[in-house]
Design a protein around this ligand. Structure first.
Ligand code: FCB
Length: 485
């Protein structure tokens, strides 16, 4: 089939929601449009569409406003740790450009923005009095979002631990959990007059396993299984303590949650037996993260699997870890296929064959089903009243075409299919209230540096020019129609 559009013509057609709707409308007869409307994969009214970012990945300005060094400054400035020696020193320069970036969000019709606070902007050494300049930055950011009609969602810890705390053993030291709770209360106390939704931590599994397990992320340690399980325990404890200090210090009506990357288990075949197996897998595979947080105990399998390496804990600590939350945020990227099996846990994880499709990041296997099953199984296991998809998105080998546009057809395809799966689970009653695409902007992708782009907006890093990609126009059209086609 030959398509008669040149790229330039297509760019013109796509340059704005109105135009892209016109493109769609032109291809439909009235009768077709009507039947399309009937089968429309609509989201509920008020569904919150947003985008997500994190401090170290976007802000830059690492020495501005009294900010202290974080473990990511140290790590990225250590030879051989990050691709091409990239650092977050400048990143998207979001610290100075947040206003124009908010305009981009407004243009897309976004109603939510998830950002994180850099702990060492607030407490340069991780403890003590708040640095007013740091708090002021996030106050101004929240005000600018509110003025644009965008609800701020604030993550308190997206991996950039103050270096001074790492110098005292970081998350291996239980005092870090207490310091985190103090910091969380301090920030929520200062911002809750304008920010209603706080998430304590982003992806505990990632900063534990990559930071201290295989050393791929800051602080780059490989501590061995026993110490890993213990610091994992201090991290979930820090989460629970932070929930309590936010409750104590934030304005009434403040909502507290977490952004967690559950292992998104999916049944290979959707029959009763395999679905039940996937439900158990959801609990077991997330035993030391979301499961202990929502169950208030470590599962028998988890403890017996670790044996002598199991963490030391008290009943009182488990209670704190399970402090009630108002919502659970899920970061979902790739599926983990499981099947029912005659094993002690009743399931088996399947290894993907070498031919399994993935996005530019090799870890990011393609499986829209993840966005159907993960929220559904979380809800079935724990009856969480309110869920958000706090991250979902894809890396792509984006290039700027001769006409100045970025045609990320693969990311657009990824998002369209994942959103279809999300719509299905929402339509069936899973209480997902909003979706934050990762990410608004190309940014510092941790150990991959700037090589792996996840933005729906292209960033030309030398000039800091922003170019909304095809996927941004696609997302805008989903947001404005509140449905996925
Ligand atoms: C998630 C992280 C986020 C980003 C995406 C691609 O695990 O939370 O910061 O790196 O992956």
């Amino acid at each position: 089939m030959s398509l008669k559009f040149t790229r330039r013509k297509l760019a013109t057609l796509l340059s704005g929601a109105g135009a892209s709707l016109a493109f769609h409308g032109a291809a439909s007869s009235p009768a077709h449009a009507e039947s399309e409307a009937r089968s429309a994969a609509s989201f509920p009214k008020g569904f919150l569409w947003g985008s997500a970012t994190a401090s170290y990945q976007t802000e830059g300005a690492v020495r501005d406003g009294g900010r202290g060094p974080s473990i990511w400054d140290t790590f990225s400035h250590t030879n051989g740790k990050v691709a091409h020696g990239d650092t977050g020193d400048i990143a998207d320069d979001f610290f100075h450009r947040y206003q124009s970036d908010i305009s981009l969000m407004k243009q897309m019709g976004l109603k939510g923005f998830r950002f994180s606070v850099s702990w060492s902007r607030i407490q340069p050494t991780g403890r003590g009095q708040a640095n007013q300049a740091g708090l002021d930055f996030y106050k101004k950011l929240a005000d600018a979002l509110l003025a644009a009609g965008i609800e701020p969602f604030c993550t308190l810890y997206h991996w950039d631990l103050p270096q001074a705390l790492q110098d005292q053993r970081g998350w291996e030291n239980p005092d870090t959990a207490a310091a985190f709770a103090d910091y969380a209360g301090l920030v929520a106390g200062a911002l809750s007059d304008r920010v209603r939704q706080f998430m304590t931590m982003n992806e505990i599994r990632s900063f534990v396993e990559l930071g201290y397990g295989n050393g791929m992320h800051a602080p780059g340690l490989q501590v061995g299984p026993r110490r890993l399980a213990q610091l994992n325990h201090y991290a979930v404890l820090g989460h629970g303590m932070a929930v309590q200090s936010i409750r104590a210090l934030a304005k009434k009506g403040t909502e507290v949650g977490i952004a967690d990357n559950v292992d998104a288990v999916c049944p290979v075949i959707a029959d009763e037996t395999n679905i039940a197996a996937a439900r158990s897998a959801m609990r077991e595979e997330n035993a030391s993260f979301l499961s202990v947080i929502l169950d208030g105990r470590y599962s028998e399998h988890y403890l017996s699997r670790l044996g002598a390496d199991a963490p030391h804990f008290t009943e009182q600590e488990l209670k704190v870890i399970a402090s009630p939350m108002d919502f659970v945020g899920l970061n979902i990227y790739q599926p983990r296929w499981v099947k029912a099996a005659d094993t002690p846990t009743g399931y088996e994880k399947l290894k993907d064959p070498a031919s399994y499709p993935h996005m530019l990041s090799p870890w990011l296997t393609f499986g829209p089903e993840a966005l159907y099953w993960a929220p559904r199984l979380v809800h079935e296991n724990w009856r969480v009243g309110k869920l958000f998809i706090t991250e979902n998105g894809a890396s792509s080998a984006d290039v700027v075409s001769e006409d100045g546009q970025v045609y990320d057809t693969d990311r657009t395809m990824y998002l369209r299919n994942y959103l279809h799966a999300l719509q299905r689970t929402v339509a069936e009653g899973t209480p997902v209230r909003g979706y934050f695409v990762w990410s608004l902007l190309d940014n510092f992708e941790w150990a991959d540096g700037y090589e792996k782009r996840f933005g729906i907006t292209y960033v030309d890093f030398p000039t800091q020019k922003r170019i909304p990609k095809l996927s941004a126009k696609f997302f805008e059209s989903v947001v404005k129609q509140n449905r996925v086609m």
